[in-house]
Design a protein around this ligand. Structure first.
Ligand SMILES: C[S@@+](CC[C@H](N)C(=O)[O-])C[C@H]1O[C@@H](n2cnc3c(N)ncnc32)[C@H](O)[C@@H]1O
Length: 200
């Protein structure tokens, strides 16, 4: 593992080392626009994206995370204390030059989002309807060459699995990589871009 990630893996969180490395590498590929993370908690994956951005093109990493009381489908409990830990961790790792916290629910902020997104990492509420609406809200803001990464996408009991299947069935997105519990998708090239998830 790259030494830049040693401190990242010390941040409390369940995102695996393989996924942290994957995000670190993907973030280094982004040259324009921004990187968006949905679901940051205490910032383990945020820090991986940020260290990748710092290593390469210094693209801003928007961490979209309300830090409100929330229980995930795997029974994880999240809330206000994570906000304090998030800032402490980002300060400790020296990544606040690229990390910007958007302390709101992902679905409420996209209407007037101003910056094209080159990498969207989805690790928020894993219920199917929420993952679907997260994707639908961000789709109009994705660059044509954007990558879309879903956590916990191998578990048919969780929303990400089904949203990935729907995106691939739409004929507009293809699977690029499957690393540990994640799936990374990219747009099929030479297709007219539509923001309609389910129209091929
Ligand atoms: C599994 S944790 C994220 C873990 C984090 N990526 C890491 O590496 O440690 C899921 C997070 O999603 C957040 N969340 C839940 N609903 C959300 C939403 N609609 N928009 C953004 N974040 C949300 C929760 O507050 C929780 O902190």
């Amino acid at each position: 593992m790259d030494p830049a990630l040693d401190a990242v893996m010390k941040i409390e969180g369940s995102t695996s080392a393989e996924v942290i490395e994957h995000l670190f590498e993907l973030a280094q590929e982004i040259r324009d626009g921004c990187i968006v993370e949905v679901g940051s908690c205490r910032g383990r994956s945020t820090a991986a994206l940020a260290r990748g951005s710092q290593r390469a093109h210094k693209i801003p990493v928007y961490a979209v995370e309300p830090h409100e009381n929330f229980r995930g489908i795997y029974n994880g409990v999240f809330g206000e204390k994570d906000r304090i830990a998030f800032f402490e961790n980002m300060l400790k790792l020296g990544v606040l030059d690229v990390v910007r916290l958007v302390n709101l629910d992902s679905r409420y902020i996209t209407r007037a989002w101003p910056i094209p997104v080159g990498l969207l990492w989805i690790d928020g509420d894993h219920r199917y309807q929420v993952v679907r609406s997260d994707v639908l809200s961000w789709l109009p803001h994705l660059r044509p060459d954007a990558k879309l990464v879903f956590d916990d996408a191998n578990d048919p009991r969780a929303g990400p699995y089904h949203v990935v299947e729907e995106l691939v069935r739409s004929g507009q997105w293809e699977r690029r990589e499957e690393i540990a519990e994640t799936k990374t998708l990219a747009r099929i090239s030479n297709l007219a871009i539509t923001t309609d998830l389910y129209t091929s």
